[in-house]
Design a protein around this ligand. Structure first.
Ligand SMILES: Cc1cc2nc3c(=O)[nH]c(=O)nc-3n(C[C@H](O)[C@H](O)[C@H](O)COP(=O)(O)OP(=O)(O)OC[C@H]3O[C@@H](n4cnc5c(N)ncnc54)[C@H](O)[C@@H]3O)c2cc1C
Length: 251
């Protein structure tokens, strides 16, 4: 795989213990919203040894139309994550060629339903901002599952997205206060929730984005309500495991 140098431009906190890393985009680096790429930190830059030699697959959170390449991750315990948290503006790491097929087909006017768990908001952001840039007239619905409001990456930015037909539903699985905001729900994503907020649920194209257990649960849910497998796109976030993720996966 070919790798390209990228320079850190800025870091933003986009949710609790969650950073968005903005990098320069290499000249000629083209990708589609929904794809991911390998990030590689030079071994000599690692602040401590890493279980996977400083490499991770990460969804591209920026739309192709943006000038920066953006990646999002929760704080972690590995040499990779600790080094990401240690990076300074101007530091150079590298990115591999774009990968993955969970992209939105050109010219297909079926409604798009995105089911995202936790940092699954990364490719969801890319898809939605690309739809804005392309003035896409078709329907988009995003169902985002997180424990608390403060855990939702890019919540404010996504809330302000203007598309001809966009529904944003965010469900908080650990919140005990009653839901009060538009699109706010409680508990896990359910079939009832999808049918309530997306009248076109039967004819929609589905994108499931999150940790493997979340992806499995959502796939089973969609198959259970009669969505055909060919209409469900999944790139599970393999490797996203552990205690912090167990709760998210079960949402
Ligand atoms: C297609 C694809 C897209 C992805 N997109 C994203 C994305 O956009 N954002 C994202 O954050 N991730 C994404 N991932 C997952 C990502 O590649 C990492 O696997 C994930 O973020 C976990 O990172 P980490 O391995 O550094 O572990 P950490 O986040 O540091 O740790 C995760 C858990 O692993 C356990 N663990 C790890 N190392 C040790 C150790 N040495 N000892 C004990 N326990 C340990 C801990 O329980 C910890 O809670 C994606 C994966 C794929 C395949």
């Amino acid at each position: 795989m070919e790798f390209f140098p990228i320079t850190l431009q800025k870091v933003e906190t986009v949710a609790e213990r969650t950073h968005a890393f903005y990098f320069s985009k290499p000249e000629g680096y083209t990708f589609l919203a929904g794809q991911y790429a390998m990030l590689r930190i030079p071994v000599e830059r690692l602040v401590e040894p890493d279980i996977r030699s400083g490499m991770r697959p990460l969804s591209i959170a920026s739309a192709p139309s943006e000038t920066a390449l953006v990646f999002v991750m929760r704080e972690g315990v590995t040499g990779f994550k600790k080094t990401m948290w240690d990076l300074k503006v101007g530091d150079v790491i590298s990115v591999g060629s774009p990968l993955g097929h969970a992209t939105i087909p050109e010219g297909d006017m079926r409604p798009i339903a995105i089911l995202s768990g936790g940092v699954g908001m990364a490719p969801a952001r890319a898809m939605l901002l690309e739809a804005v840039a392309k003035h896409d007239p078709k329907k988009y619905a995003l169902f985002a599952s997180n424990r608390y409001l403060t855990d939702i990456p890019f919540h404010n930015e996504i809330s302000k997205i203007v598309l001809p037909d966009f529904t944003y539903v965010f469900t908080l699985s650990a919140e005990t206060e009653p839901a009060s905001l538009q699109g706010e729900e409680r508990g896990r994503i359910t079939a009832d929730m999808i049918e309530k907020h997306l009248p076109e649920w039967k004819e929609s194209l589905y994108y499931v984005i999150g940790a493997p257990a979340f992806a499995d649960a959502m796939k089973a849910l969609l198959l259970g309500i009669g969505i055909e497998e060919k209409d469900i796109h999944i790139d599970p976030f393999a490797g996203l495991t552990g205690p912090g993720v167990a709760a998210q996966a079960s949402k």
